[in-house]
Design a protein around this ligand. Structure first.
Ligand SMILES: Cc1cc2nc3c(=O)[nH]c(=O)nc-3n(C[C@H](O)[C@H](O)[C@H](O)COP(=O)(O)O)c2cc1C
Length: 187
């Protein structure tokens, strides 16, 4: 038995090709996200797509919300996706404590679809939240969560020298299964 390819091939690169992404591929990624399950089927996820070529002003405003480290490499990505959650349920306006959980499921679907399309995504929480919270002019029950760099894989050599070093030294590691899998409560 082995992992499905969209899991084993996925990783979070910091170098992207500056080639834009076909509109139908962007829409397929959003459709993949939309098929995720969610509490009460509330689908609390929202996505704002900022494309360097098509909407440079929005793209630059999003880029400027990133902390400097992220900005230095994320600017190679042709597309930035801003993720947002609706924090209340549609049916009763009460707090939806699964909103972030469900956004994560939707992004997971999107990443699987991206990998199949040969696209790569790198999620970021390293954001200047004071700026970010004002970027989209959202109502009170909508919260911006993260920014995702999206694109085809680029060359590490095209990155600034200090990021090349980080990328070349990066190791993809995971906790061993026995640390995360339990068959009974802790004694
Ligand atoms: C919610 C979230 C926030 C992240 N924030 C950042 C970030 O600000 N900057 C960064 O370089 N990587 C960020 N990452 C990427 C993680 O460091 C990366 O997913 C992790 O090291 C595992 O590597 P892999 O995605 O290649 O498997 C973030 C990932 C997630 C899911």
């Amino acid at each position: 038995m082995q992992l499905i390819e969209s899991i084993s091939k996925r990783h979070s690169p910091r170098s992207f090709d500056n080639k834009g992404i076909e509109q139908e591929k962007i829409e397929l990624l959003i459709e993949a996200a939309s098929w995720a399950p969610s509490a009460f089927n509330n689908q609390p996820w929202r996505f704002y797509v900022a494309e360097k070529n098509k909407n440079p002003e929005f793209y630059n405003n999003a880029l400027n919300c990133l902390v400097d480290f992220n900005k230095s490499w994320a600017q190679t990505a042709p597309v930035l996706i801003i993720t947002v959650v609706k924090t209340t349920y549609d049916h009763n306006n009460e707090a939806n404590k699964f909103a972030l959980h469900d956004l994560g499921l939707a992004i997971g679907n999107m990443m699987n679809q991206a990998t199949v399309l040969n696209l790569f995504m790198h999620q970021m929480a390293g954001i200047k939240f004071d700026k970010f919270n004002k970027l989209l002019n959202l109502p009170q029950n909508m919260e911006p969560v993260s920014i995702i760099a999206l694109g085809y894989l680029g060359k590490i050599e095209d990155l600034p020298a200090e990021i090349q070093k980080v990328e070349n030294e990066k190791k993809r590691v995971r906790k061993p299964i026995e640390d995360i899998l339990n068959y009974s409560p802790l004694k």
